[in-house]
Design a protein around this ligand. Structure first.
Ligand SMILES: Cc1cc2nc3c(=O)[nH]c(=O)nc-3n(C[C@H](O)[C@H](O)[C@H](O)COP(=O)(O)OP(=O)(O)OC[C@H]3O[C@@H](n4cnc5c(N)ncnc54)[C@H](O)[C@@H]3O)c2cc1C
Length: 423
């Protein structure tokens, strides 16, 4: 274990319960955000420890996404600080390529997370002015608990930590297969099946498309409204165009222009059951965090009738579903593309910086720094580019204090604190 000073490490006396002093920050989560902070801290010369509950880095991408997934945004908006994507990667890297990039990122910056350690609680101890972070790890039948003590805590557990599965009338009586989209890998196992996809965000649309491509028969539930935009507008990424236009024009005008382009390219999507929200796509993203769908082919399947768009659900029964318009559909399986939520409220004992929904209270771009050495990375609802900019700011902030203090210590006295560092 690098970077750590074991205060209590007598296996006989304190079997499976240790207390560890961390020289530098503890980063909770080894997804892209946690790795980005780690890499930036390395540049600042600050040691740190990354705690990860899964057995690998980027567990969302490695364990909880479907095979056909590609980055939704062009690669220049998804790379992490200080290491660009390989030049030979396509504009929209595949999931496999993105994981490969993250693996080489972790190797390049020598980031070695403590895997299989789930943070159960983190609390600021006013008396000593330090954070106490408790983890549980299980290996086989052994369960061990560790308490990390540190001065800085970086929350990098992501906006998508837990699956959201709404409680829908009669769902427990449905006898077919029900899964959250995070368990879906490919439509291969659904050939010839009637599948109800609940939700019409990027995941719901892409899974419906994938089901079609594997000769399944998807019906997609669109309960309220959704903004569908083309992924590209006359050869330029819609996202990039939006970012560019925002530099000169007000948000409402950019929204208007995007919707005009969407209408010219996709036609009137409302006649296929995809009602547009009254707020524009960027305004909706800013106000409610709802991401517009960037179409990669599902719309064509909707137009051809291969993906059936249906309204909200009234209730499930053993082998069918009744919709709010009274229509009944026979179905074999249900895929819940109903989103994710943050898990921060379950483990972080703090209510000033984070709100009850597990996101920082302050709006972006001020959502990265709390009080008493608390930081958040990747909670700006701006994807990987938001996470990268948070990471740079956090590392600079901690690095400044770290450098001042280590310089002072060197001047006044030799440092006798035992510390095994990665540097
Ligand atoms: C299907 C899908 C496609 C996406 N595509 C894009 C895209 O193209 N571009 C883009 O910018 N964004 C995209 N996103 C947004 C996505 O949130 C980011 O890409 C990215 O994964 C966020 O990184 P993160 O590190 O903040 O969170 P995560 O990737 O979720 O990583 C958080 C890590 O924290 C760990 N963790 C959680 N709780 C604990 C705990 N208590 N103790 C220890 N460890 C814990 C998790 O195991 C996980 O490894 C997509 C999201 C999804 C779901």
């Amino acid at each position: 274990m690098e970077n750590l000073f074991r205060v209590t490490d007598n296996e006989d006396l304190f079997a499976h319960h240790r207390c560890v002093w961390v020289n530098g920050p503890v980063i909770v989560g080894a997804g892209p955000s946690g790795l980005a902070v780690g890499a930036c801290l390395k540049k600042q010369g600050v040691p740190f420890v990354v705690l990860e509950k899964a057995e690998c880095i980027a567990s969302l991408w490695q364990r909880r996404t479907y095979d056909r997934l590609k980055l939704h945004l062009p690669k220049q908006f998804c790379q992490l600080p200080n290491l660009p994507f390989p030049a030979e990667f396509p504009e929209y890297p595949t999931k496999k390529q993105f994981i490969q990039y993250l693996e080489s990122y972790a190797n390049h910056f020598e980031i070695n997370p403590q895997f299989n350690e789930c943070v159960q609680s983190a609390k600021y101890d006013e008396t000593c002015g330090l954070w106490r972070v408790k983890t549980v790890s299980t290996s086989g039948s052994t369960r061990s608990e560790v308490e990390y003590i540190c001065r800085w805590l970086v929350v990098a557990t992501g906006e998508n930590a837990e699956c959201v599965v709404p409680d829908i009338n009669g769902l427990s009586s449905f006898s077919g297969k029900v899964m959250h989209v995070c368990e879906y890998k490919s439509g291969e196992t659904f050939q010839g099946k009637k599948v109800l996809v609940v939700g019409c965000g990027n995941s719901g649309m892409e899974v419906s498309l994938d089901l079609c491509n594997h000769n399944a028969m998807p019906s997609m539930v669109v309960r309220s409204s959704v903004h569908v935009l083309p992924r590209e507008i006359y050869g330029k990424s819609t996202f990039e165009l939006g970012v560019l236009l925002m530099k000169w024009l007000p948000l409402w005008l950019v929204d208007k222009l995007l919707l005009i382009f969407a209408w010219l390219i996709l036609g009137n999507v409302e006649k296929y059951g995809l009602k547009r929200p009254s707020m524009g796509p960027l305004e909706l993203k800013n106000c409610k965090g709802k991401t517009p769908v960037l179409d990669i082919g599902a719309l064509q399947k909707i137009k051809s009738g291969e993906i059936k768009v249906v309204p909200g659900i009234k209730r499930f029964s053993a082998a069918s579903v009744e919709l709010v318009n009274g229509e009944k559909l026979d179905i074999d399986s249900v895929i819940m593309a109903t989103g994710y939520r943050s898990n921060v409220p379950y483990w972080l004992q703090e209510s000033e910086f984070f709100s009850k929904n597990g996101f920082p209270k302050a709006p972006s771009p001020d959502a990265w720094k709390g009080k008493a050495g608390l930081y958040a990375v990747g909670f700006t609802r701006r994807g990987l580019s938001g996470a990268s900019s948070d990471a740079v700011k956090i590392a600079q902030d901690i690095g400044k204090v770290w450098k001042e203090e280590t310089r002072q210590k060197k001047k006044t006295s030799a440092c006798h604190r035992r510390c095994i560092s990665q540097f």
